[in-house]
Write a protein that binds this ligand. Structure first.
Ligand SMILES: Nc1nc2c(c(=O)[nH]1)N[C@H]1C(S)=C(S)[C@@H](COP(=O)(O)OP(=O)(O)OC[C@H]3O[C@@H](n4cnc5c(=O)[nH]c(N)nc54)[C@H](O)[C@@H]3O)O[C@H]1N2
Ligand SMILES: Nc1nc2c(c(=O)[nH]1)N[C@H]1C(S)=C(S)[C@@H](COP(=O)(O)OP(=O)(O)OC[C@H]3O[C@@H](n4cnc5c(=O)[nH]c(N)nc54)[C@H](O)[C@@H]3O)O[C@H]1N2
Ligand code: SF4
Ligand SMILES: [Mo]
Length: 689
């Protein structure tokens, strides 16, 4: 029997609605759901590969334990007991901070991990908590906390109504948007053009997004802060600012940016002064405008200053909280209520003394916290849905550190570069076997919508959902600490029940039942102004000049024109971080992990197109084929991350961080490149990316 079922893709942040054809217990076809009010039929090749991920013969289906000669399947009961006992033993012997935790990216793409994983992780009460946030978007959260009073109060570009879209360090044509849930970016970009709007892209690579922009400017990696501060200064100097009445600190900002002139910035950024001035004037002069900056300007040395300056541009020009500008969403589940507003520096990392943010330490300190002996040294480690050996700076060092742990457990569906060091791996059900509602990314979408998707396929008897795994671990762990108060009620309820409560108490008073009646999703309308009422700051005002960020301007002032090679990353539409590079349907054809290098730089280094090169940084080296490409700015080389054969994070340096937020610097890494031989067989170099 053939049936049609609906799902929501959880692979990236775009939350595309899917229409699936199910036959004989298998998904036979995946299409975009044209009735979804947000994605309107859009999907990308990764969703088509969801059934492959499901069928993957290497996907773990039962718990496994590492033995001297490989992996051995064990029962769920034995696995739960073993893990809870070992974690509790480490806590008894070394204290609660001796258990470290890392939450990888798919954690936020799982309803069950959000409803139950947080409960279990909370029980561990460790200060050694880490996540992919600090190799990604930490500056966004810190700035949102400082300006708007809540780490998740992120103003989202009103893409469907703006007249001027300025994109700095984001490539939504490949990434489908990030901290801006925007399925079908291409169609929305065309609509922007049709209504006479403009899109300007600033990026060291002429990306897929740059190619469909009205204007693209190369910028020297890591120097955007100079550009953005010069734009802010221009707007203030020319008196074209028109901020809302609930904004304070403008004079402080004016003083702080005084020295950052477009002329000063030009040799550093590579963007001439008149262009910087024009970009600022056009931005301020547009009927509506929004500046958006993503990983290119958060995974870099001045990430927090960049994200702050982007907010300042939107606020000063009156584009904060107005249609066509940047507005906060009003999702069906009020995530702001679920998550603490944030705190900064409540404790510091043991070895390097770096500040926590919202309960997490920068993941760049993880290896040293495992390696360095002493009180509170990490001895046991829990990783959920992550692969920090490929995704965080100096992965090889982290791998060595993990190998020396007393105990490690991974909740993951694969043996990867990280989970291979685990003593036990607990594999949860994949997306098609579990209920999904996107709690997080609905809250960052360009339009408010809600969609609940019950599991498409039945759960095999021997399988466990991630929330069941967290529940079982939590209940067992708790037994060891009788007398200590843990709230286990939430662990005992199912995600569906908890979601129902969240929906009913949310601003749209929805329920799981109402959403089930509308399997294609419910439209809750465009983004609406809500400031200053919804600001989470104490006085319901925005202080535009937080000291923490202004203190970071000193380091920006030290920027100089440079001429060495700087490494940046890149994302491909058919790849997903470190974990979909083994899906045949997505990886057929040419290998993608080649280095892009400008022909001028190739000539200067005496390297021929297609040669194998050695890329060296302060911490490590990789060997990859090089491809000549004028898509990258001279002085810039680009390598994607997440590839086993050559991991970009063998080159990134955990010692170099955004000084304000502690986010890792994964873009703008100084490297040297030298030829080591002709192109290896099977890798062609004819295409630029
Ligand atoms: N150099 C460089 N490094 C980067 C980046 C970059 O641009 N350049 N990008 C950074 C960014 S933005 C991010 S988000 C991180 C991502 O890095 P991480 O979050 O560390 O890891 P992922 O590569 O997303 O790996 C996800 C893992 O989760 C598993 N998984 C998949 N689905 C599920 C599930 O439903 N449940 C469970 N339990 N496991 C699942 C997969 O098998 C895989 O092992 O990488 C960062 N690292
Ligand atoms: N297909 C696909 N989609 C994804 C992912 C994926 O792996 N594959 N990952 C998802 C995740 S976890 C995330 S966080 C998002 C990320 O979403 P995006 O941030 O849109 O991702 P990228 O494509 O890495 O875009 C970053 C851009 O910054 C540029 N850049 C690098 N350094 C600098 C710099 O110093 N200055 C400026 N101005 N630009 C710079 C890069 O050239 C690149 O074009 O994508 C999500 N979507
Ligand atoms: S764009 Fe993202 S959410 Fe949409 S189908 Fe592709 S991977 Fe899934
Ligand atoms: Mo990310």
């Amino acid at each position: 029997m053939t049936t049609t079922r609906f799902a929501t893709c959880n692979l990236c942040e775009a939350c595309c609605g899917l229409e699936l054809t199910v036959e004989g217990g298998r998904v036979e076809a995946v299409r975009g759901d044209s009735r979804d009010p947000l994605s309107r039929g859009h999907l990308c090749p990764k969703a088509v590969a969801l059934p492959d991920v499901h069928a993957d013969g290497e996907r773990l289906r039962t718990p496994v334990r590492r033995t001297a000669d490989g992996w051995e399947a064990i029962s769920w009961e034995a696995a739960f007991d073993l893990v809870a006992t070992r974690l509790a033993d480490v806590r008894d012997r070394h204290g609660r901070d001796a258990v470290g935790v890392y939450l990888g990216n798919p954690t936020v793409h799982s309803l069950g991990a959000l409803t139950h994983g947080t409960g279990f992780m909370g029980m561990l009460r460790t200060r050694n908590r880490f996540s992919a946030t600090s190799v990604d978007q930490l500056p966004h959260h810190l700035v949102a906390y400082l300006l708007y009073g809540h780490q998740l109060m992120l103003p989202i570009p009103d893409l469907d109504r703006t007249d001027h879209f300025l994109v700095i360090g984001g490539n939504p044509m490949a990434s489908n948007g990030s901290l801006m849930t925007v399925p079908d970016f291409a169609r929305r970009r065309r609509a922007l053009a049709e209504r006479g709007g403009r899109m300007v892209v600033v990026d060291p690579r002429r990306t897929e997004t740059a190619k469909v922009a009205d204007e693209h400017h190369f910028v020297r990696p890591g120097t955007d802060a100079a550009l953005l501060l010069a734009m802010v200064r221009t707007i203030l100097a020319e008196d074209s600012a028109d901020p809302p009445s609930y904004v304070d600190g403008i004079d402080v900002v004016r003083d702080a940016v005084e020295g950052f002139t477009p002329e000063w910035a030009a040799p550093i950024t590579g963007i001439d002064a008149s262009t910087t001035e024009r970009l600022a004037r056009e931005f301020a002069g547009a009927r509506s405008a929004v500046c958006y900056g993503r990983t290119g300007v958060s995974m870099q040395q001045h990430g927090a200053v960049c994200q702050w300056a982007i907010q300042v541009l939107n606020v000063l020009t009156g584009n904060i909280d107005r249609p066509g500008g940047a507005l906060v969403t009003k999702p069906a589940v009020d995530v702001l209520k679920m998550v603490s507003p944030g705190h900064f520096g409540a404790w510091r990392s043991r070895v390097r003394g770096l500040p926590e943010f919202a309960g997490e330490l920068p993941v760049a300190v993880l290896a040293e916290e495992i390696e360095t002996p002493g009180d509170k040294q990490i001895k046991a480690f829990v990783v959920n849905a992550g692969n920090p050996v490929l995704s965080t700076p100096d992965g090889p060092r982290l791998a060595r550190a993990l190998a020396g742990l007393d105990f490690m457990v991974a909740i993951d569906v694969k043996v990867n570069e990280t989970t291979r060091h685990a003593d036990v791996i607990l594999p949860p059900t994949p997306l098609l076997e579990r209920d999904h509602y996107d709690i997080i990314f609905n809250a960052f979408a360009v339009r408010d919508t809600a969609r609940f998707a019950p599991a498409v396929l039945p759960k095999p008897e021997e399988a466990r959902h991630d929330w069941e795994i967290f529940r079982e671990l939590g209940l067992r762990y708790r037994k060891r600490f009788k007398g200590k108060r843990f709230d286990t009620l939430r662990l005992r309820l199912s995600p569906r029940v908890l979601l129902d409560v969240l929906l009913r108490t949310g601003p749209h008073r929805l329920s799981v039942r109402k959403l089930r009646k509308n399997p294609n999703g419910v439209d809750l309308g465009p983004l609406k102004p809500s400031f200053p009422q919804r600001l989470r700051t104490e006085d319901k005002r925005i202080d535009l000049a937080p000291k923490l960020v202004l203190d970071g301007l000193g380091a920006v002032r030290e920027l100089r024109a440079g001429d060495g090679l700087l490494l940046i990353g890149r994302r491909h539409l058919r790849a997903n971080n470190s974990w979909m590079n083994d899906v045949d349907r997505l990886t057929r054809g040419k290998a993608r992990h080649h280095l892009l290098m400008h022909p001028r730089d190739l000539a200067e280094h005496g390297i021929t197109d297609g040669a194998e090169v050695r890329v060296r940084s302060a911490v490590g080296e990789v060997r990859v084929p090089v491809t000549s490409s004028d898509e990258v700015m001279p002085g810039v080389v680009s390598l994607p991350h997440g590839y086993r054969a050559a991991s970009a994070n063998d080159l990134t340096d955990p010692a170099v961080l955004d000084g304000v937020s502690g986010n890792a610097v994964l873009n703008g890494v100084p490297v040297r490149v030298e030829a080591v031989g002709p192109a290896p067989r099977g890798v062609t170099s004819s295409s630029a990316s």
